[in-house]
Design a binder for this molecule. Structure first.
Ligand code: FE2
Ligand code: FE2
Length: 376
């Protein structure tokens, strides 16, 4: 992997080298006992007196959203019994441990027996679903903010449907974690920084870029991947329902921002490129699963240098960008300003997805009743 070293990156993410582990580890983990997290933010609330559904793409999405509603209480079969150990044993057969075990020589992980690897898998699953849960709450808050701040009537109408969608997603992941896995992990510290940054920014298009393009783009890929590998029927059902909404949400971001970005100056676009890059690094950092290693009693300083360069991890991690990169390309963000974002995505090892189908074109395939196109 090429390292990034320039002042731009230092200014944006607070470190010159995106792989600087000391800088990554200097950010404390979130307190698992914290009950509330307050973010001070100001924003303009905009009324629109133009009540025409002027944008056919958004109008179509709004109609799809109305017929695509489902009820988390009655449409999901919550009576399914989840034997966590049996499920993870089966899933790990398909997935492997998610790391290349041979690389961890000289660390406590080297001596782990099958039981400990299973425990690592179970905590890892719980952690992943917990981050989905917290991310869904972030989406709920961001989308309600978009209803306020976006100047277009048709976008306000669509966003209002997304608020309900996100409430349902918080409901299903929360219920699954509570009833089937016995509780949740705290929010990952890098994910919380990212959500804070998105919420603090008062520019309405930044909310879209951070949430609909970056966070939800990654979520859509992650849900598809987990849906493909897990044998657990309840989780598969939950993910399938959530994906049917999530594809619309990402399409909402692509359709809305395309119009706006076409009219922006290079300097304005540079701000957006930097924001997208920063979000990508935060999400990459999140996948080091610091909270899981700690739960297993492993000193993160010992393992993270290996995790960062573990090809198995890099493969999973890069796949999570399979929706983000083509969507950024569709928005014109890769090439503007001498291909600034293309070069950053090259540094992160994710540019290979640029010609995959963008979600603005593919979202209808995720509707309930269709076979889903999942991650490769
Ligand atoms: Fe969601
Ligand atoms: Fe969403």
């Amino acid at each position: 992997m090429t390292l990034t070293n320039d002042h731009d990156d230092l200014r944006i993410i607070g470190r010159a080298d995106i792989n600087d582990l000391d800088a990554i580890l200097a950010i404390p983990l979130c307190d698992p006992d914290e009950a509330e997290h307050h973010v001070a933010a100001s924003r303009d609330t905009i009324f629109s007196w133009d009540y025409s559904m002027a944008r056919p793409g958004l109008h179509k999405l709004y109609e799809k959203a109305k017929t695509g509603q489902w009820n988390a209480t009655t449409d999901i079969d919550w009576s399914v019994d989840v034997d966590v150990e049996a499920v993870m044993t089966k899933d790990l057969e398909v997935l492997g441990a998610g790391v290349d075990k041979t690389l961890y020589v000289g660390t406590p992980v080297e001596r782990w027996d099958d039981r400990q690897w299973l425990e690592f898998g179970i905590h890892g699953r719980n952690w992943m679903l917990s981050q989905f849960l917290h991310g869904e709450q972030g989406a709920l808050l961001c989308t309600s903010k978009i209803v306020d701040t976006v100047p277009w009537y048709d976008a306000k109408m669509y966003a209002s449907t997304q608020v309900m969608d996100e409430a349902r997603h918080v409901e299903v992941f929360g219920r699954y974690l509570r009833e089937k896995l016995g509780g949740e992990f705290q929010i990952n510290t890098h994910l919380r920084m990212l959500l804070d940054d998105i919420i603090v920014d008062g520019r309405w298009d930044m909310t879209y870029l951070g949430m609909q393009i970056m966070v939800e783009g990654l979520a859509l890929a992650a849900f598809g991947f987990l849906h493909q590998i897990t044998a657990e029927p309840l989780l598969r059902q939950v993910l399938r329902y959530v994906m049917s909404d999530e594809a619309r949400h990402v399409a909402f971001g692509v359709l809305s921002l395309r119009e706006v970005y076409e009219q922006m100056t290079d300097a304005e676009i540079k701000d957006r490129q930097e924001f997208a890059f920063e979000a990508a690094v935060r999400m990459r950092d999140r996948f080091m699963q610091q909270e899981v290693w700690e739960r297993m009693g492993v000193d993160t300083r010992e393992v993270l240098p290996i995790v960062l360069n573990d090809p198995t991890r890099q493969m999973f991690q890069s796949m999570l960008f399979s929706k983000i990169v083509p969507n950024c390309k569709k928005l014109g963000l890769l090439e503007r300003n001498d291909a600034w974002l293309r070069r950053r995505f090259e540094d992160l090892g994710v540019i290979q997805f640029e010609d995959w189908e963008n979600t603005g074109d593919e979202y209808l395939r995720f509707e309930l009743g269709n076979e889903v196109a999942t991650a490769p």
